[in-house]
Design a protein around this ligand. Structure first.
Ligand code: PMP
Length: 386
């Protein structure tokens, strides 16, 4: 048995992390994994997370309905967490929430949300022919695998223009216009991985208009809310605008980066439907799928995030921690730009370093980025981390 199983290459990012750990060079720096590091190049446990984990008063109040035992959560997760998570991304005054037509399910971080959403679409989306999803070129490499795993074929849409080191807006809009009606487009809500290139709000508004006109479906992946600008609401602008305009959509949400809870796997999938009755049916099917996949999601990280989101003071402290992280990333970009231009007088224009946002960056060689990623090249790993 298994003699014919081909040997798969190791995951380039996690391979790099293992090599980094094994390396004894004292000035080593890991540019691979998309995880925040502090001034000492160390992982940062957010002060608010530390506090929430030990905050007995808040714990008792917020956790009283589940108690601190190790019982199973409901299939769709901790309700206090999923409802607060929906408010966070959609906005508490979102028409989708007010009209009770947003369904939220706790998932295994952002990856699990992408998978559950992909599985749900593969079963229930009214496909216009063979199931396919439009992915930005380039995108987080795992998107390709996640959709292929459930029989949805990834198709590229133009996104990054290596000539301008910015957004290929005309190519992007053209792809939306030329795609068959009711196509599914994956959109990075903010801090695009791996380029750090985001549309402006005017460009997002134009994208929403075409999506409405063509009845496209928006599959939002939101792994960096707050991490891009330091402002949770600003980073949710595109998602909220699309909801207001009535674009049919879902959102995959991760708390790995913005709460520094990478390994705890805290995330949610929010599906916005046209009415409450449909939302109930969507929820019933998501529950069936979730039951067969993971039965029920893990408790610890969801409890911590639920505490933070549902306690006014902890929420303020979290926002401060987010500003610390986003502020440092922005400061690092400015400093690198200053060193390259003012100090080293490096020829060429380096403005893209301060124009791009979040942890990732792309440059002129980004043209080959996808290919490099797929071949596990280190350059690709550096760009497409996480
Ligand atoms: N989507 C994107 C675009 C990402 O960059 C990441 C993290 N690298 C994820 C989803 C999922 O991350 P996680 O499963 O750790 O939440």
């Amino acid at each position: 048995l298994w003699q014919d199983v081909p040997l798969a290459p190791p995951d380039s990012i996690f391979k790099l992390t293992a090599a980094f750990k094994a390396d004894t060079f004292e000035k080593k720096v890991n540019l691979g994994v998309g995880a925040y590091r502090d001034d000492n190049d160390k992982p940062w446990v957010l002060p608010v997370v530390q506090k929430a984990s030990t905050h007995s008063l808040a714990s008792q109040r917020v956790l009283s309905d589940t108690s601190l035992d190790h019982e199973y959560l409901p299939i769709t997760g901790l309700a206090l967490f999923t409802s607060a998570a929906a408010n966070l991304i959609l906005g508490a005054s979102s028409p989708a929430i007010q009209e009770q037509r947003a369904v939220s399910v706790q998932t295994i971080s952002g990856t699990g949300a992408n998978h559950l959403a992909a599985l749900f679409l593969s079963r229930f989306y009214k496909w216009n022919g063979a199931p396919q999803i439009y992915l930005s070129n380039p995108t987080w490499a795992n998107h390709h695998a996640i959709f292929k795993n459930v029989g949805i074929e990834p198709v590229d849409y133009p996104y990054y223009d290596p000539k301008t080191i910015g957004l290929d807006f005309n190519g992007f809009i053209g792809a939306l216009q030329n795609a068959p009606e009711r196509s599914v487009f994956l959109l990075h809500a903010c801090a695009h991985n791996p380029t750090g290139v985001d549309p402006t709000s005017e460009q997002w508004a134009a994208v929403a208009d075409v999506m409405i006109a063509k009845k496209h479906y928006a599959f939002f992946d939101c792994a960096y809310q707050g991490f891009a600008s330091g402002d949770l609401d600003k980073d949710a602008w595109a998602v909220r605008h699309f909801v207001e305009k009535g674009v049919a959509l879902l959102v995959c949400q991760s708390f790995a980066k913005n709460a520094g809870l990478y390994g705890e796997r805290v995330g949610a999938l929010h599906v916005v439907s046209s009415n409450e009755e449909t939302a109930g049916r969507v929820k019933s099917q998501l529950s069936v799928l979730q039951r067969s996949e993971i039965s029920n999601p893990p408790t610890y990280g969801a409890r911590v995030v639920s505490l933070i989101l549902n306690d006014a003071q902890l929420f303020e402290e979290w926002k401060e921690d987010i500003r610390t992280m986003a502020g440092r990333i922005i400061a690092m970009r400015k400093e690198l730009h200053r060193l390259l231009t003012e100090e080293l007088k490096t020829p060429g224009n380096w403005d893209h370093i301060i124009e791009q946002i979040g942890m990732f960056r792309a440059d002129r060689s980004g043209a080959n980025e996808r290919e490099l990623q797929l071949h596990g090249n280190q350059w690709g790993a550096e760009q497409a981390a996480g």
